[in-house]
Design a binder for this molecule. Sequence first.
Ligand code: HXC
Length: 255
Amino acid sequence: MEFLRVRQEEAVGIIELYRPKVLNALNIPLMGELVSELERMERDDTIRAIVLTGNERAFAAGADIQEMAEEDAISMLVKDQFAQWDRMNQITKPIIAAVSGYVLGGGCELMMHCDLIVASETTQIGQPEINLGVMPGAGGTQRLTKLIGKIRAMEMLLTGEPISATEALHFGLVNRVVPVEFYLSEAIDLAHNIAAKPPVAARMIKKSVQIAQDTTLAEGLSYERNAFYLLFASADQKEGMKAFMEKRPADFKGK
Ligand code: HXC
């Protein structure tokens, strides 16, 4: 892989975006590698949670402007780059973003495709597309509005100005803000914590929360109820409840 560095720590898969010279600008080949690697980790039973990170200076400064500059509407439509992004939504394992520095444009949209977010104190999050004469195309107007509300999203999207890590925490856009030297280790610790949970339940919870973002309360409650019932078919439910009653730690098998 040209644009990623990948490693595994026990049950945690770690993907680092690696185009440091251009602040991890997300060109189409990078996104192709990223989605293929996420899909490989999805199939790998030894991985139960995934950390997605960049480097201290930039998680990603957006889609690759050089790659887009000469495109026209039809070439963009035919390329259909967002089909790759859509595949990311099919990953059922929890994805924890570890972000620092620039998280701009497509970088912010990529971060919002993740399930939990640990940010360094130096993080700046923004959707500056308006300054380029365009707008977000990978969910920025939709996901940001759902996550932080219309008024805050409008300001970020219409001014293009980034917000600080502290503001992002206050807005509920990130889970934690930590000193820059700890953001990756904190995200990996969080991933280990989640990887120790029963994976079938984690998968159902992730899906159920995604549905909460996309549908009505009644439909979401119906999905949740069926998923709850279904978990009583898992060995991990029997083990989890038995371990509680026997006052011992549970040994979850993902069955
Ligand atoms: C291509 C980029 C880039 C980008 C930075 N670079 N961002 N190349 N696409 N998005 C390159 C620069 O050209 C430069 O290359 C190198 O990275 C270092 O960047 P500098 O600008 O020299 O660094 P600095 O002065 O520190 O400024 C950092 C910055 C600025 C504030 C982040 O680079 C910037 O404004 N970048 C663009 C941010 C942006 O507009 N993102 C939204 C993109 S549109 P050289 O070769 O000169 O060293 C988008 C649409 C999403 O994301 C649609 C869905 C996918």
